[in-house]
Design a binder for this molecule. Structure first.
Ligand SMILES: [Zn+2]
Length: 267
C-alpha cells in the first residue's frame, strides 16, 4: 500500500519489548485504542498523504467533478446502508489518486478513502467498485488498523508509550508505523464478509467484490498492488458468493453502462 519509512525509535523499542516479554496481545478483536484515536490517526495519515503529491498524485477536483460525484455517490450508498457502525463518527471522505498503473484502493483509520484511477479503469461495473469500496470501508469501520497495532506492538508496550508521551508527536509516530502495516488474513476475510453485508442492504449486487477478485485471478503471475497490502485469505470468491446467498441479498444492480461512461471520462 503505502511505503513510508517507520520513524519513531520508541515504536521499534516497543516492538522489541513486546517480542522479548512475549506479552503481545493475540486476540483479533482486542483494541486498546478508542474510536477517537482512529479519527486522530486518520487525520494525521490523510495530512501525510496530502503533503506527498509525488507518491500520491491526487486527481484534481476541477475538471473531474463528474467522476468525483460518481465515486462519492457509491461510497455514500455504502456508508448509508444502515450497517456502518461509525457512519457519523468517521470522515468517509473520498479522494481519487491519478495513477493508472496501481490497481488499488485503501481507507485510513477514521474513514479517509483513496481510490486509484488504475482500479477504476480495471473494473467493469459499479457493483465491483462498490464491493471493493465496501471492503475498504469495512477495514476502517471494524477498526482493523488499531486492532492490528494493538496486536503487533503489544498492550503493555503501547500503554507505556502513550503514558510516557500522550502528545500529538506520539500519534504521529504511530501513524507512520501504521502506513507500513499489512492487514492480517483474518481481517481480510472479515472485510470481504462485511462488504457483502453493506451491499446486501443497498441496491447493488451484493457479491460485487467477488467480481473484482475473479478479474484479478485472470491476471495470473502479475498480481496487482492490492494483493501485497491485502493478503489473500483463499477462496475469496467462493466465500463472498456464499455469504450473499446466506443473507438472501436481493439487490442486483451492476450499473455497467453508467460505469463504462464514467470510465471514459478518465481517458
Ligand atoms: Zn483488505
Amino acid at each position: 500500500m503505502i511505503r513510508i519509512a517507520l520513524k519513531g525509535p520508541q515504536l521499534l523499542q516497543a516492538l522489541f519489548v513486546c517480542m522479548v516479554l512475549t506479552n503481545c496481545a493475540n486476540s483479533q478483536s482486542l483494541n486498546l485504542f478508542s474510536p477517537d484515536y482512529d479519527v486522530k490517526l486518520g487525520k494525521q495519515v490523510s495530512a501525510e498523504i496530502a503533503s506527498d503529491p509525488k507518491q500520491f498524485p491526487v486527481l484534481p477536483e476541477k475538471g473531474n467533478e463528474e467522476v468525483y460525484r460518481y465515486v462519492r455517490g457509491i461510497s455514500k450508498n455504502i456508508v448509508n446502508s444502515g450497517k456502518v457502525k461509525y457512519r457519523d463518527k468517521f470522515a468517509w471522505e473520498v479522494k481519487i489518486i491519478d495513477d493508472d498503473k496501481t490497481l488499488n484502493a485503501f481507507c485510513t483509520p477514521g474513514g479517509y478513502i483513496y481510490v486509484y484511477t488504475g482500479l477504476i479503469k480495471f473494473l467493469d461495473s459499479e457493483d465491483q467498485l462498490a464491493g471493493v469500496l465496501g471492503h475498504e470501508i469495512a477495514h476502517a469501520d471494524m477498526r482493523h488498523s488499531t486492532r492490528q497495532l494493538t496486536k503487533v506492538y503489544g498492550i503493555s508496550a503501547l500503554l507505556e508509550l502513550v503514558r510516557k508521551d500522550p502528545n500529538p508527536s506520539t500519534v504521529e509516530q504511530i501513524a507512520f508505523g501504521l502506513l507500513n502495516l499489512k492487514f492480517s488474513r483474518s481481517h481480510e476475510k472479515e472485510a470481504d464478509g462485511q462488504s457483502v453485508v453493506y451491499l446486501c442492504n443497498s441496491q447493488y449486487h451484493a457479491a460485487g467484490a467477488a467480481g473484482f477478485f475473479k478479474k484479478m485471478e485472470g491476471k495470473g503471475s502479475n498480481p496487482p498492488e492490492f494483493i501485497s497490502t491485502h493478503p489473500n485469505p483463499g477462496n475469496r470468491v467462493e466465500a463472498i458468493e456464499k455469504k450473499a446467498k446466506q443473507l438472501g441479498c436481493s439487490g442486483g444492480k451492476t450499473r455497467q453502462t453508467e460505469y463504462q461512461r464514467i470510465k471514459r471520462l478518465l481517458d
